[in-house]
Design a binder for this molecule. Structure first.
Ligand SMILES: [Cu+2]
Length: 376
């Protein structure tokens, strides 16, 4: 009985606007459910209603205006926390000239995902996740991407990088019909923080449905003798890199009622996830964030860090900062960059990060770092 009461109360909170500040989503769900793909909290009590109503951290978030409940990561098959650094390195082999060949396999598929407690979204995905796998390679590698389309619509993989027209992944060059397969090949240049996304038409629809991911090209230190130490710090697996705490954050959003505006904002898909589940960072070690903006329908997104400042490398294509000592940067769609900062001289505790568009914060794009003493 008690749990039933709890459910009732929580549902009431949801319906009074607790799901997202202002009740925007609920309005959309109630009024414009499309094809049964949007499920109201009533119809989906198993996830949201019985889940915890938030951690102490969530109470610090702007008047506690966060979603109520928790998204079931088992339903999604991915966890936003794990997406922060689950690099996909592909399979490697050595070419006759001594270079490295990296092969990736990516499958396009339709999949319903949960983007806020009880709120399902009919996504189009790469490898069943949103964002798609974070592909991480080294400058100069030869890249093969075997793309199989098991979805219901034609799709592509369009990489931001340097490559031939026939590898561009646009209609006419590498667009794959359902059931089809194509292999994109190119060399990994330039180094930096890049992305890939579907380029089928209508473009904004294919992107915002979930077909995007980060594509990180680590610099080859041998090619950058003037900044070799910095280059080595970015090269995954090097001793210098191991000192860094690295995270991929893909800023995304979802138009849940297909009116050309977003109702949910996030990093790594789930609204408010990192507000309720702070990202633990060790105080003594520097932090590097690979930040990518793929939000459709809004021209500008941003990242603001609390209690601290950072250096910024626009597109990640330089080894010296393009902005020094800033606490906010903005990105238009497909813009991306690398943020570097440290909390080594700070008190431990919870430090917020979020878009500085307040509307985006209230609709999900806010998180916390939990700065702790080193454990080792
Ligand atoms: Cu597509």
């Amino acid at each position: 009985m008690r749990s039933r009461l709890r459910e009732t109360v929580d549902r009431r909170n949801l319906l009074s606007g607790g799901l997202v500040a202002g009740g925007t989503i609920l309005t959309g769900v109630a009024a414009k459910a499309v094809g049964g793909s949007l499920v109201s909290p009533e119809g989906h009590a198993g996830h949201g209603a019985s889940a915890p109503t938030g951690t102490p951290a969530s109470h610090l978030i702007h008047g506690n205006m966060t979603t109520v409940g928790a998204v079931d990561g088992r339903h999604n098959g991915f966890d936003p926390m794990a997406l922060l650094n689950d690099w996909d390195l592909g399979t490697t082999s050595t070419l006759p000239d001594g270079g490295t060949l990296r092969t990736f396999e990516v499958t396009g598929e339709d999949k319903e995902i949960e983007i806020a407690p009880g709120l399902l979204f009919p996504a189009w995905t790469y490898n069943g996740r949103v964002p798609g796998p974070t592909l991480r390679v080294t400058e100069g590698d030869s890249i093969r991407i075997v793309f199989r389309n098991r979805g219901s619509h034609p799709h592509t993989m369009h990489f931001h990088g340097i490559h031939a027209a026939r590898m561009d992944g646009v209609p006419g060059f590498g667009e794959i019909v359902p059931g089809g397969e194509f292999t994109y090949t190119f060399d990994a240049i330039p180094f930096g923080c890049h992305l890939y996304h579907c380029h089928s038409l209508p473009l904004k629809r294919h992107i915002h449905k979930g077909m995007y991911g980060a594509f990180i090209v680590d610099p080859d230190p041998a090619r950058h003798p003037e900044h070799e130490t910095v280059a080595r710090s970015r090269l995954l697996g090097s001793p210098e890199n191991r000192e860094w705490q690295e995270f991929v954050m893909v800023m995304n959003a979802f138009d849940t009622n297909f009116d050309g505006e977003n109702e949910v904002y996030a990093v790594n898909t789930v609204a408010h996830h990192f507000a309720k589940n702070p990202i633990r960072i060790e105080r003594g070690s520097p932090v590097r964030i690979y930040l990518v903006n793929v939000v459709e329908f809004d021209p500008i997104n941003s990242f603001h860090l609390h209690g601290n400042f950072f250096d910024y490398y626009d597109h990640g294509t330089t080894l010296t900062p393009t902005l020094k000592t800033v606490d906010t940067i903005m990105q238009c769609q497909a813009q991306r960059g690398i943020l570097e900062f440290t909390y080594k001289n700070h008190e431990t505790g919870l430090y917020m990060f979020h878009a500085h568009q307040s509307e985006f914060v209230e609709l999900g794009w806010v998180g916390m770092f939990d700065v702790v003493e080193a454990t080792s």
